[in-house]
Design a protein around this ligand. Structure first.
Ligand code: GCO
Ligand code: MN
Ligand code: MN
Length: 413
């Protein structure tokens, strides 16, 4: 193939995207509670060791593109859209008003707001630093985000305390740091109660997001389970307002089974919000698009969530690869992520309704004939043949995933 002239490359990407097929209409995509983060769309491909590969992009363009694709909800950090020095100032009100306008024009709604407590130098020692002034500033920031959330009509506020930890040992007293962190969350909940009452709106759902590594070396709340314990610790003044925003990859990163982590959150009644993406175990936070690495596990995760009636949002917290251009972010990254989610969600429905899986599951629950309550050998024998159904169910799920259950076999000549 001869070299492709620069001015023909977008057309080539678009033609091959079309040829891939398998895409849903914007109307269909809008039926799902899927949100597109400002920071994912605006991610410039920079990271430790990497220069940006894409130009900056503002909220007007991001919201317009999301609307065109059919992603009906948008999420943002305070500082993704408002410069740090303008927070709480008149300039903030102007920016928030222009965000509202952009959302209305594109038929997109703001579902979640979150406070950046990891990037700015003020967070060098975390939002729960020793210095009282830093902690007061953290309270200002989370209260201000609550205000912005109500102003934009959001229902959720997310907290990712990625800087709550340390690099060097012994300087931080963990119990004090956690108490101080709880003080900030309490400030947010208390402000929320006031603002919600004043505006006649429900209070927000406040969601903690864990990540086991990065950016601190040691993290005080590294997993969703640690956060469940923190919510139940007695340190929060309104634990009923606080739940979880697990991120698929963040649970996988520490070696957990994300589906089991989600199950524990469901049992605690704390699965409020869900960041969806993909990646690898025991690696850094690569934030790859949902299902590109672990589609079978994703199918199983969605079977669990569908069968438990999870109604919360699915937030596309992934980072379009550095090799993808800004054109590609909206032509390839977002549409493929949304469409793969929808397909996996619908497949999960198929798995839940599948007569073979259902009969096998019912048979496993029925068990074998009574064999004598205290006779281990007899009980094992009575169930031995039934237990092959475990493997049969796994086989059937993969059949559903790859379309084999519809008779897809290769004709080998
Ligand atoms: C990450 C985190 C963030 C958070 C966001 C919301 O991997 O960097 O997941 O993307 O989700 O900060 O608070
Ligand atoms: Mn996340
Ligand atoms: Mn992540």
């Amino acid at each position: 193939m001869p070299p492709i002239p620069e001015n023909q490359q977008q057309a080539l990407v678009s033609r091959l995207m079309q040829a891939c097929g398998g895409s849903y209409s914007p109307q269909t995509r809008r039926k799902y509670f899927i949100s597109g983060p400002q920071w994912a769309a605006a991610y410039q491909g920079q990271a430790l060791f990497h220069a940006p590969t894409r130009p900056p992009i503002g909220f007007e363009s991001v919201i317009r593109h999301l609307g065109e694709i059919g992603i009906g909800w948008w999420t943002t950090h305070d500082t993704d859209v408002i410069p740090t020095e303008a927070l709480g100032q008149d300039r903030q009100a102007e920016i928030v008003a222009s965000i509202r306008k952009a959302l209305v024009e594109s038929g997109v709604a703001c579902s979640m707001v979150t406070t950046e407590t990891f990037y700015h130098a003020v967070w060098a020692a975390s939002p729960a630093a020793e210095a009282p002034e830093v902690r007061e500033y953290a309270k200002f920031r989370v209260r201000n985000t609550v205000d912005i959330g109500h102003e934009l009509g959001a229902r959720f506020a997310v907290y990712w305390p990625g800087t709550l930890g340390y690099y060097v040992q012994g300087a931080i007293e963990e119990t004090a740091t956690l108490r101080w962190y709880a003080d900030a969350l309490n400030a947010a909940c208390e402000r929320d109660i006031e603002v919600a009452a004043r505006r006649g709106r429900p209070t927000l759902q406040h969601c903690l997001e864990a990540k086991p590594f990065e950016p601190q070396a040691e993290i005080l709340l590294p997993t969703s389970d640690a956060m469940l314990a923190f919510i139940a610790s007695g340190l929060l003044s309104h634990p009923e307002m606080v739940g979880l925003n697990p991120e698929y990859l963040h649970e996988l990163m520490w070696g957990a089974a994300p589906r089991a982590a989600l199950a524990r959150a469901l049992l605690a009644g704390k699965l409020f919000h869900f960041d969806i993406n993909d990646g690898y175990r025991l690696k850094h936070d690569v934030d790859i698009g949902i299902g590109l690495v672990n589609p079978l596990d994703w199918l199983n995760v969605l079977v669990l969530l569908r069968s438990h009636g999870y109604q919360g949002p699915f937030n596309l917290d992934f980072k379009p690869p550095r090799t993808t251009s800004q054109f590609g972010v909206f032509a390839v990254s977002f549409p493929t992520a949304v469409d793969r989610f929808i397909t996996l969600w619908e497949m999960a429905g198929e798995a839940i309704a599948d007569p073979i899986i259902n009969e096998a599951t019912a048979a496993l629950k029925a068990g074998g004939p009574a064999a004598g309550a205290h006779d281990a050998e007899a009980i094992a024998r009575a169930n031995r043949e039934l237990l092959t159904l475990h493997e049969l169910i796994a086989h059937r799920l993969v059949q559903i995933l790859i379309g084999q259950h519809r008779g897809r076999v290769f004709s080998i000549g």
